[in-house]
Design a protein around this ligand. Structure first.
Ligand code: 13P
Length: 337
């Protein structure tokens, strides 16, 4: 076999299977400091390290979270951070049997020569950073690049996104981290669901072409796709059954069954939409575990409940648990509103 994931092969398969376990999904809290600042600003808090710590501590110490959450993606600051009581954030996760993950990309910058599109930085020094993250307790990684439909997407942007993801995936596996492969196809635009399907098929074909060329072991990766929906400004909205039909059609055409898990992003959907769409996708058996890796669709009601007040921590944690449980049921195809 040409597939070589180095000395970590067995561990990678085990980690991926643990994350893709029935009734569980990923809590994404890997917002960069700038993005976390926007979330804090929405409830009138300053973007200080202490406020980010208080917020992440609230999320990660939620009692019972491990029943519904199998992994949590952290930003670098959180991976190396402790709670206000001096306990490592990664230990809070491990106690609940939640696998710690780490965002390893360095964000998006303009892609010269393209149609106003962007590319994702972070390959320089990635191997040594990944080794450090592993030592600190991380067992999976995330790299998010974006593809814009209104801007094309150009062949150049798609190729760059796919190649970057494949290089990152190979480097992650070589250092014991299960790579989450995330080419986010942005919701922006007024295009139809057929256009999204066509673009998603093009993007995933290219991603898997380069993953194979880089000898990435498919049994040790996870995907984080966008659901196939009409553009946010399209004249008609699609119902969950239609979104499920188009999304599963795309995945079945493009994703080999060797891949253990599909962990969707919420991409600006409301909490309820994200849950109902996931539920619709689990109404019949799929070749892979079909689950969630939501940030906004798990955090919106938590932020609202918390308001930065210590006396609201408990009710905010209950809000998180309620969203996590709803998505857990949706993963099992058993959610009812
Ligand atoms: P959303 O679920 O808010 O789209 O976040 C996606 C993401 O990539 C966070 O890790």
């Amino acid at each position: 076999s040409v597939i070589r994931a180095g000395s970590y092969s067995e561990e990678l398969v085990k980690t991926a299977k643990t994350i893709a376990s029935p009734g569980r999904g990923i809590l994404a809290i890997d917002e960069s400091n700038a993005t976390c600042g926007k979330r804090l600003a929405s409830i009138g808090l300053d973007n200080t390290e202490a406020n980010r710590q208080a917020y992440r501590q609230l999320l990660l110490t939620t009692p019972g979270l491990g029943q519904y959450i199998s992994g949590s993606i952290l930003f670098e600051e959180t991976l190396f951070q402790s709670t206000t009581d001096g306990k490592k954030m990664v230990d809070c996760l491990r106690e609940q049997n939640i696998v710690p993950g780490i965002k390893v990309d360095k964000g998006l910058v303009p892609l010269p020569g393209s149609n106003n599109e962007s590319w994702c930085q972070g390959l320089d020094g990635l191997a040594s950073r990944s080794a450090e993250y592993y030592k600190q307790g991380a067992r999976f990684a995330k790299w998010r690049t974006v593809v814009s439909i209104p801007c094309g997407p150009s062949a150049l942007a798609v190729k760059e996104a796919a190649w970057g993801l494949a290089r990152y995936a190979a480097i992650s596996q070589d250092n014991g981290l299960v790579p989450i492969v995330e080419p986010e196809i942005l919701l922006d635009g007024d295009h139809s669901i057929e256009t999204t399907l066509e673009v998603a098929e093009r993007v995933w074909a290219e991603v898997f072409y380069y993953l194979a060329e880089n000898n990435v072991m498919f049994e040790g990766i996870l995907l984080k796709p966008s659901m196939v929906t009409p553009g946010a400004d399209h004249k008609e909205k699609a119902d969950p059954e239609t979104i499920a039909k188009y999304t599963l059609t795309m995945l079945k055409r493009r994703v080999p069954p060797a891949v253990p898990g599909i962990m969707f992003l919420s991409g600006g959907q409301s909490e309820m939409e994200a849950t109902l769409n996931l539920h619709a996708m689990n109404q019949s058996p799929n070749p892979w575990h079909v689950s969630f890796s939501y940030a906004r669709a798990l955090q919106n009601s938590v932020l609202k409940a918390w308001q930065g007040r210590p006396e609201n921590v408990e009710v905010a944690q209950k809000a998180l648990l309620a969203r996590a449980k709803a998505n857990s049921l949706a993963q099992l195809g058993k959610y009812s509103a």
